[in-house]
Design a protein around this ligand. Structure first.
Ligand SMILES: NC(=O)c1ccc[n+]([C@@H]2O[C@H](COP(=O)([O-])OP(=O)(O)OC[C@H]3O[C@@H](n4cnc5c(N)ncnc54)[C@H](OP(=O)(O)O)[C@@H]3O)[C@@H](O)[C@H]2O)c1
Length: 368
């Protein structure tokens, strides 16, 4: 039998990321021992605002690999003919312009979460991606992890009945009184605050459990949002939002929250169903276990199943493999985390910010 040649995808990395995020994805995708034989990833170029920083990143994080080009601008990475796909890891409010520049020279793009500052920016990017015939995806890595795929099977099978509620929180103590106000988590010019940075993760579980549930038929929820801002810079510090899915087949509510000045008390996600629940362990962006509880008609737990997930790497390569396979197959979006879901996410964040009175400074949002 003829052996199928693996697709070899050449990545251009945009920004060296003070928080090491580009390193995490580079080290995750380049591992050979990740039990994948149809996809090979290669980091071809790294772009930074400083060429020294790009080279330093290659030296310290990528083993000084001489085949990787260091560039002192992002544009040079987009224009490099040896690069197939761009990974955008700049602060949120730069995602739009960085992705657009890449798309305009017909590069495929994987862009960090939150995909843009608002829905209008995302729509404009998607129009450009369509016009240029390139693949575009938000780096919602949680959606592609094996645990999420197994969660979906159980959740959608109906064995627990219909979903009733989702409770999810992602909070982290960023020590906001002692970090510079220019830190991206505090600076409104960089889309600072809890919602845009942490909100995507509670939300992805609500989307998986409720929006994607077969009983929902892709109907958008109604949204209620509440924001408490920090006087330090006016960004949202503690944010909560509820999503109501209320139609003939599904009546369910998601209660979601995120904070930048405290750690979560009860970290994790709980999804309750008519006949049981699924409790997903923390950290909710890359959980490694969940518990399924089955209830009898009196509400007593009659069976409990624990599931654990082990794999090599930090769990970022699953999304990168999805990007490679979509590009190989000529697709412009992923079926698991497609454009419609990122549009829904940005629509929800716009609405929560509107209700909570959190406006980004004039000029930060490039499309309104
Ligand atoms: N998926 C995940 O688990 C995960 C984790 C962390 C962050 N993220 C996302 O990744 C993005 C970056 O987060 P991060 O924590 O890596 O940010 P960061 O540490 O602040 O780094 C951002 C990088 O962007 C570049 N940059 C370009 N313009 C900038 C500007 N005006 N101000 C500051 N930096 C600028 C810089 O790289 P150069 O100087 O090299 O150009 C900087 O190192 C965010 O959107 C965040 O949501 C995702």
């Amino acid at each position: 039998m003829a052996q199928i040649q693996p697709i070899s995808l050449r990545w251009g990395i945009i920004s060296t990321g003070d928080a090491n995020n580009p390193f995490r994805i580079c080290s995750s995708i380049q591992r050979r021992a990740r039990n994948v034989d149809d996809v090979v990833h290669k980091v071809a170029a790294v772009g930074s605002r400083s060429v020294d920083k790009a080279q330093q990143f290659i030296d310290t994080s990528l083993g000084g690999d001489k085949s990787i080009k260091a560039y002192g601008s992002y544009t040079e990475v987009y224009k490099d003919a040896d690069v197939d796909v761009i990974y955008v890891a700049t602060p949120h409010t730069y995602h739009y312009e960085n992705s657009l520049d890449a798309i305009k020279v017909k590069k495929h793009v994987l862009c960090e979460k939150p995909v843009t500052s608002n829905r209008a920016e995302l729509q404009s990017l998607l129009d450009a991606a369509k016009e240029n015939g390139v693949f575009f995806m938000e780096a919602m890595w949680t959606r592609f992890q094996p645990l999420s795929l197994e969660f979906k099977k159980i959740s959608d099978s109906g064995g627990l009945g219909l979903p009733i509620s989702v409770h999810a929180d992602l909070s982290g103590n960023f020590n906001i009184h002692n970090i510079p106000k220019t830190h991206r988590i505090l600076d409104p010019n960089l889309g600072g605050g809890a919602l845009l940075d942490l909100g995507p993760y509670p939300l992805v579980w609500a989307i998986m459990a409720l929006y994607e549930n077969p009983a929902n038929s892709a109907t958008k929820p109604t949204i209620t949002g509440s924001i408490l801002k920090t006087p330090l810079t006016g960004v949202d510090c503690n944010t909560s939002f509820t999503l109501n899915f209320n139609q003939s087949k599904l009546a369910a509510q998601a209660v979601l929250s995120c904070s930048i000045n405290t750690d979560a008390l009860d970290p994790g996600v709980t999804v309750r169903y008519e006949r049981g629940s699924i409790k997903i362990a923390s950290p909710i962006y890359v959980p490694k276990s969940f518990v399924v509880q089955y209830l009898n008609e009196r509400g007593v737990v009659v069976k409990e199943e624990k599931k654990f997930f082990e794999y090599i790497g930090r769990g970022m390569h699953f999304q990168a493999d999805e990007v490679a396979r979509c590009i190989r197959d000529g697709k412009t979006e992923s079926a698991l985390w497609g454009h419609e879901k990122s549009l829904l996410e940005m629509h929800i964040f716009d609405e929560v910010r509107r209700q909570g009175g959190y406006e980004l400074p004039p000029g930060v949002e490039k499309v309104l």
